[in-house]
Design a protein around this ligand. Structure first.
Ligand SMILES: [Zn+2]
Length: 156
């Protein structure tokens, strides 16, 4: 089983090739979205199923101190609900889809709160929905590539 540092290195190594692969198929915006999705794997990784502070959570704390604790609180229910290395968090595709679904629900609830409090949640949601499907799909693909790298290196 690889360390958090190794997983981070694998994700970084996969970012540029993933971006170029999708760029060659779907163009610059899709390639950039795929590379970004892969890079986001440094922060949204399968090990968020661990209750203690993970390397990815420590990364968020270090890079975005104000948001780091909120990020850890946000993933606490996920860590409590899913045992470490469970198929729901670690299997390719399933784990990625589960984390994206989890974040989508939280984002939707946050936007509802923003709508009720400040009347801006619906505007933000509309802006997000104007992003073409191919860009979201490329982003998700990049994140899935990072997660596959994580899964492969967890086997050793
Ligand atoms: Zn893992």
């Amino acid at each position: 089983m690889a360390s958090g540092r190794t997983h981070g290195t694998v994700t970084l190594a996969l970012t540029i090739p993933t971006g170029f692969a999708i760029y060659s198929i779907g163009g610059a915006e899709a390639g950039l979205a795929a590379a970004t999705g892969c890079l986001v794997g440094l922060f949204i990784d399968p090990d968020l199923d661990i209750s203690n502070r993970t390397r990815s959570e420590a990364r968020v704390l270090r890079m975005f101190p104000a948001l780091g604790w909120l990020w850890m609180v946000l993933w606490w229910p996920y860590a409590k609900a899913i045992p470490h290395r469970h198929p729901l968090s670690h299997w390719p595709i399933i784990g990625t889809a589960g984390r994206l679904l989890y974040l989508s629900v939280i984002l939707f609830l946050a936007l509802m709160g923003l709508e009720v409090a400040f009347g801006i949640g619906a505007q933000i949601l509309e802006a997000l929905l104007t992003v073409p499907y191919e860009i979201w799909a490329s982003f998700a693909f990049g994140l899935a590539v990072s997660d596959v790298g994580h899964w492969l290196f967890d086997q050793f």
